[in-house]
Design a protein around this ligand. Structure first.
Ligand SMILES: [Zn+2]
Ligand SMILES: [Zn+2]
Length: 83
């Protein structure tokens, strides 16, 4: 069975239920302001940011960096994985 990753922080869970029962420390509204969000894309060896096109080896490494093309403004938020 494939693990499910959070789109915001990259943490992996065995089910959507287990994931959304926990709050995400990288939630866009602020740390722990909402649940993890299941990433709907498939597992990849490289993830591409949907805003700037930069590639990262994992969702975790992607979302720990700010994106210079974030829709809220330059470096106002993290990169976000494309599906
Ligand atoms: Zn998360
Ligand atoms: Zn980006």
């Amino acid at each position: 069975m494939n693990k499910i990753q959070c789109e915001y922080c990259g943490q992996a869970f065995s089910s959507v239920q287990a994931m959304t029962a926990n709050r995400c420390y990288r939630h866009p509204m602020g740390p722990n302001k909402g649940p993890h969000k299941p990433y709907e894309g498939s597992e990849k060896s490289r993830y591409t940011c949907k805003y700037c096109g930069q590639q990262f080896p994992s969702i975790q490494s992607m979302t720990s960096n700010r994106c210079h093309r974030h829709p809220n403004g330059s470096n106002k938020g993290p990169h976000a994985p494309m599906l």
